[in-house]
Design a protein around this ligand. Structure first.
Ligand code: PLP
Length: 379
């Protein structure tokens, strides 16, 4: 690979914050400062004592408010992040057969985890070429539809809607949605899901290691049914244990308190400014800037051809062959702008830019100017 030339971007063009990674993603300075200022009152104290429990409660009520959850829905959380929650659902939520929409690295991974499980039927996996997304197909024998709100590896977003049979009847199965890079930044109607789950290191601008799931009464009931069925379930990822602990604002094993603290800061910041509408207004503003720039330049094209599938939280921008994306990414790093590289396994000459609510739309605009500046000088 060619050596990266040294190019110094003028200070006036630089974004205020150079973090554009799609996860772990930018954490607002205000949140980090608040964590420091929480001093001796939280970190290093027991997760079974009132101060930490009240923090967990703020997270749960904050999420319920952010997503406008109807009565009867519960916000459940435990250690492990989204990847662990996939296994938690395989043991504790899928009854017999799931259907997966697979259109990128993350959606594909859950489908793979659910394949060859000894006590489940083989899942149905519906795929499309990367850069697009498939649609779920209602079937009598499917008890769980696994959707992904935003495929972080490709920058494709979907509309969350329950699948319907040809006669218009809504499918019976549970709709479970990986919202790891979507929750807080994309609009969703709780009537369309049974389990909307995510980890907080993306739109929630916190650290990883935790999973959070907004569960409908039907999903809570299913977890109870499977638990009572006698299926062997590893204790540490038993979903019904998390469901029992969450209303008590505690977790089965030791909680990552700093992660919860940072997530609370972000959720309350969103809610105090207007809730999900505020988050979506910011991701709309940022993505409008990014995609109109990419369409206007002759060396860039949005990777996702269909504008209705283009993500407002993670933008993927292809560069022409003459401009090497890795070189651009490395020059940006020299200038303090990090994590603009394409998802590794996608292997494209591409920039991938996170536009989560914490990221300032003005910084996205500045980033596009910086890329222009670099590309002009590479020519
Ligand atoms: C980041 C991401 C994951 C993985 O999350 P972990 O907390 O690291 O397990 C899964 N799904 C999507 C859509 C993601 O963006």
């Amino acid at each position: 690979m060619a050596e990266t030339p040294t190019i110094t971007i003028p200070q006036a063009l630089l974004p205020k914050d150079g973090r554009f990674g799609s996860g772990p993603a930018k954490i607002r300075d205000e949140s980090l400062r608040a964590l420091y200022e929480s001093g001796h009152s939280l970190l290093g104290t027991s997760h079974r004592k009132p101060p930490v429990k009240s923090l967990v409660q703020r997270l749960r009520t904050g999420i319920a408010s952010l997503l406008s959850l109807p009565d009867g829905y519960e916000v459940v959380l435990a250690n492990g992040g989204t990847t662990i929650f996939w296994d938690t659902m395989i043991f504790g939520l899928i009854r017999q057969r799931s259907q997966h929409l697979s259109f990128g690295e993350f959606s594909g991974k859950f489908a793979r985890h659910a394949t060859n499980v000894p006590f489940l039927d083989q899942p149905e996996v519906i795929t499309t070429v990367y850069g697009t997304h498939p649609h779920p197909v209602a079937r009598e024998e499917i008890d769980t539809y696994a959707l992904t709100h935003n495929e972080t590896s490709t920058g494709v977003a979907t509309q969350i809607k329950r699948p319907a049979h040809e006669d218009g009847r809504v499918a019976d199965g549970l709709v479970v949605v990986d919202a790891t890079s979507a929750a807080g930044g994309l609009f969703v109607d709780p009537a369309e899901f049974d389990c909307y789950y995510f980890a907080p290191q993306k739109c929630l601008a916190a650290d990883g290691g935790l999973w959070i799931a907004a569960m409908s009464p039907a999903a809570l009931e299913r977890a109870g049914e499977i638990d009572a069925s006698g299926r062997w379930i590893p204790e540490a990822i038993r979903l019904s244990t998390a469901i029992a602990n969450s209303p008590l604002n505690q977790t089965y094993n030791t909680l990552a308190v700093a992660t919860v603290f940072l997530a609370v800061q972000q959720v309350e910041w969103l809610n105090n400014n207007g809730g999900l509408h505020y988050g979506v207004s910011r991701t709309n503003a940022s993505s409008e800037i990014l995609y109109s720039w990419a369409e206007a330049r002759d060396y860039t094209t949005p990777y996702v051809a269909d504008p209705s599938m283009r993500s407002r939280v993670v933008g993927t921008i292809d560069l022409v062959d003459e401009v090497d994306a890795k070189t651009v990414v490395n020059v940006l790093i020299q200038n303090g702008i990090v994590d603009t590289n394409a998802y590794g396994k996608l292997d494209r000459n591409q920039l991938r830019i996170a536009m989560f609510p914490a990221i300032e739309p003005d910084d996205v605009a500045a980033l596009t100017q910086c890329v222009d500046y670099v590309v002009e000088r590479l020519a």
